[in-house]
Design a protein around this ligand. Structure first.
Ligand code: PEP
Ligand code: MG
Length: 588
């Protein structure tokens, strides 16, 4: 039988991109376009006909939304489905409808032009309000406006609710992906995006194979094409030949066998052949993932990206609501621990207000944004504290650059604790506080930071981005996003040594921890705790159980003297070969 290389070399019906989430899926393509509607502003002669069209468009939009609402209630939490309920209410708003009808009569213009103008006025007001909640609602209303206009133009409804397809899109937001995942989407392919863009991370969390950064995928792939997504190698095959189809069906069977064999590792420890135990924790980005964490054999949650709550709800939840969410998570994971990272917003994630930053990844992001908005941070601190009574929560600060930021955040934490005490609300007085080491400034003086906090967690996704000066989500420079560059290896080595000097635990929660090739290196560098997407935990266990820590230390030593990324990779590949460890890609 041919191997992957031969199959790909022979085929001109493929597009290549970045392997963002592993797996192989075969299915029908669904081109998802956020269509820009062209509005016809011309005049009309028949007012009654125009009003009738408008009424019909309203009825059609309502029908569509009712369908979405019913499905949302079935698949999502109430809080999220409520968005659609609110949209339905707008369609019934008598003032809005009257206004539009009146203007059609008076101005004698195409109804779509009046609908656009009238509803855009509201949207404008909401967008200008500088409040995150209002801003999000503005998006909902925009959605309604486009729905009515599309129905006035009698265009086909590009429903997002299509089951069992592979979504092809120019780009996707994490929120798009969460929504699609609830429609049993089989895979994702995007023109833009890099390995550690948040959309890629979410697809890994959801365990949905994905290829990102595929440049012209949306040009080459058509709706309904049969396609194969290879999330291991980063290829998409369009309308495969019989031979290709057979090849990948065989691979899928092998993959299922592999996954079954991995089950045996679930209850085993991640321990090297010479007895060093590595703690494997889970990264959680999507609420539903907690069930997978429990079955994956993870020791609790090493990174809970709390900002996902904002993506799911589309707003900042009140303190009570946050306390409910965190209490629920902490009790479900008990007696294991959960590390809640306070909102890491800004950058390519959820934003507050409508300001535009020329370099958002170097801008108001993470702890910087929270310290600018202390009320948000305090609400979250109070909510986390209220959920901490079982003493199984740790807090983590993202994007920390200076010691002053840690001290300022701690002042707000102390205030929150004081308030709760005065209100007789119980909490864990000694809740551990740590930082993400993801900015080079923090990496260089990690020892000083380690003295200020209870633990360090290395965020390689951002650390590599900032070390290499390469946007983590930009496929044009993805060749420079080098996980195995000696700069990265030496920086990791330095951070671990600095944490050890301060006698503080250090872990890694970036995607590098989930790269099976990186695991012996990370263990050899002295990391005792790795946090990764739950689905990758059995793979990591299988590898760790195959080598000795002493050998991994020698490997790490060799890698830190390498000159190029290629040399580091070659050195690690030799280690795998010498220890007869096979990687997933070689097995299937
Ligand atoms: C990281 O930067 O490595 C990390 C874990 O955080 P995020 O990917 O959410 O930025
Ligand atoms: Mg980060």
């Amino acid at each position: 039988m041919k191997n992957f290389k031969q199959i790909y070399r022979a085929s001109d019906n493929k597009v290549s991109g970045i392997a963002a989430a592993p797996g192989i899926v075969i299915g029908k393509a669904y081109l998802f376009t956020k269509e820009k509607l062209e509005i016809n502003h011309s005049g009309i002669t028949d007012v009654n006909d125009a009003k009738k069209n408008f009424k019909e468009a309203l009825i059609k939009s309502k029908k569509e939304l009712n369908k979405i609402f019913a499905l949302a209630k079935e698949k999502m939490e109430d809080t999220r489905s409520a968005i659609f309920e609110a949209q339905l209410m707008i369609l019934d708003d008598p003032v809005l409808i009257k206004n539009i009808e009146k203007r059609i009569e008076e101005e004698k213009k195409q109804p779509e032009s009046i609908v656009d103008d009238e509803i855009s006025k509201y949207i404008g007001l909401m967008k200008n309000s500088h409040e995150a909640y209002m801003n999000e609602r503005a998006h909902d209303i925009e959605d309604i406006k486009n729905r009515i206009i599309r129905n006035l133009q009698k265009k086909r409804w590009q429903s997002r609710i299509v089951n069992d397809v592979i979504i092809i899109s120019v780009s996707l937001t994490p929120a798009d992906m969460i929504l699609f995942s609830r429609c049993d989407v089989k895979g994702f392919v995007t023109d833009h995006g890099g390995l550690t863009s948040h959309a890629a991370i979410i697809s890994r969390s959801l365990n949905i194979p994905a290829v990102v950064g595929a440049h012209d995928a949306t040009q080459k792939i058509h709706d309904e094409d049969l396609i194969i997504v290879d999330g291991f190698h980063g290829y998409v095959i369009i309308n495969p030949s019989q031979e290709q189809l057979e090849f990948f069906k065989q691979k899928q069977i092998k993959l299922i066998e592999l996954q079954k064999s991995l089950d045996e590792f679930k209850d085993k420890k991640a321990i090297t052949t010479d007895g060093r135990e590595v703690t494997l924790r889970a990264n959680v980005d999507v609420t539903g993932e907690i069930d997978i964490v429990k079955t994956s054999g993870a020791h609790g949650i090493g990174l809970y990206r709390s900002e996902q709550v904002l993506d799911e709800l589309g707003e900042f939840p009140e303190e009570d609501e946050q306390a409910r969410i965190y209490t629920n998570l902490a009790s479900r994971i008990y007696p294991e621990t959960i590390t809640i990272r306070v909102f890491d917003i800004g950058g390519d994630k959820f934003k507050i207000g409508d300001y535009v930053e020329p370099n958002p990844f170097l801008g108001l992001r993470g702890i910087r944004l929270l310290l600018e908005n202390p009320a948000i941070l305090k609400t979250q601190f109070r909510a986390i504290l209220r959920a901490s009574t079982n003493k199984n929560i740790q807090m983590m600060l993202p994007m920390v650059t200076t010691i002053a930021e840690v001290r300022d955040a701690k002042k707000i934490l102390a205030e929150s604790k004081r308030e709760l005490k005065n209100q007789n609300i119980p909490f864990d007085q000694d809740i551990p506080v740590g930082i993400m080491v993801e900015v080079p400034a923090a990496a260089v003086i990690a020892e000083i930071f380690a003295k200020e906090v209870d633990f360090l967690s290395i965020g390689t996704n951002d650390l590599i981005q900032y070390l290499m000066a390469v946007d983590r989500g930009n496929d044009l420079v993805s060749n420079l996003y080098q996980e195995f560059n000696p700069t990265v290896v030496r920086t990791l080595k330095h951070i671990v040594a600095e944490a050890q000097k301060a006698n503080k635990p250090v872990s890694i929660c970036g995607e590098m921890a989930a790269d099976t090739l990186a695991i012996p290196l990370l263990v050899g560098l002295g990391l005792e705790e790795l946090s990764m997407s739950p689905a990758t935990i059995p793979y990591a266990k299988r590898i760790i159980r195959y080598f000795a820590y002493e050998d991994a230390k020698i490997l790490a030593g060799k890698c830190s003297t390498c000159t190029t990324q290629e040399e580091v990779i070659k050195t690690i590949e030799k280690f795998f070969k010498d220890h007869s460890i096979t990687r997933t890609r070689q097995i299937i």
